[in-house]
Design a protein around this ligand. Structure first.
Ligand code: SF4
Length: 213
């Protein structure tokens, strides 16, 4: 895909949604960190339901530690992998209290050292809580970037590096949310809605859904 097309794609996405953001409910960087850790293999709707119960009771590392791992587990048991997530969150809260005065660190390496936080989660926190121009590549973005050929790659890291290299810098801060929403609602995994897709004429996917092919 050439640079002109890439720019046009992001201009259209920006025009349609000038201030995209996450669908996870949060008010502080710590609440976002909790929500993103809980969101692995879970829907945002499911996570929001659980955090709507959890956050009024505990929304700081100190108050989550006070719940205890078993108490935390009870609040998040509607979410997949809740046992592992409760264990990771408890350990993460311990580190935040011990090393960062209960705050969420702003450095990638420090974020990635927290249990339950990988490169993708760290990128989401840096981008959404702290406004940095990172592009976290999840399953939706991986699919959309490869299908459209905005940035192809065999691994999420390769796609991330190519997005950062090929997409004009002015779009980096919001690219993650534009692509994730596009993947979630239009360029869906099984049957992309090419007929109503606002970048259909620019997308280079060979198997567009028949009504648009
Ligand atoms: S045209 Fe189809 S494959 Fe291409 S981005 Fe749109 S929905 Fe996805």
């Amino acid at each position: 895909m050439n640079g002109e097309k890439r720019r046009e794609i992001f201009e259209r996405l920006r025009e349609t949604n000038p201030s995209p953001t996450t669908e996870l409910a949060y008010e502080t960087p710590f609440e976002l960190l909790v929500a993103v850790i809980l969101s692995a293999q879970a829907t945002d709707v499911g996570v929001n339901k659980a955090t709507a119960r959890l956050f009024p009771v505990a929304n700081t590392p100190q108050t989550i530690l006070a719940l205890g791992e078993e108490g935390l587990r009870r609040h998040i048991r509607t979410i997949g992998l809740y046992n592992a997530k409760a264990a990771n969150l408890t350990k993460t809260c311990g580190i935040l209290v011990e090393k960062y005065h209960g705050r969420v660190p702003r450095k990638r390496a420090e974020l990635e050292a927290l249990p339950g936080v990988g490169r993708k989660t760290a990128s989401v926190i840096l981008n959404t809580a702290f406004g940095e121009p990172t592009i976290a590549v999840d399953t939706h973005i991986f699919r959309v970037a490869n299908r459209t050929r905005i940035a192809t790659g065999k691994t999420p890291l390769q796609v991330e590096q190519r997005l950062l290299r090929f997409v004009p810098a002015e779009f980096h801060k919001d690219a993650h949310h534009w692509l994730i929403l596009h993947g979630r609602y239009t360029c869906t995994a099984r049957k992309p809605r090419c007929g109503t897709c606002l970048i259909c004429d620019l997308c280079e996917y060979r198997d567009k859904t028949p009504e648009q092919a």
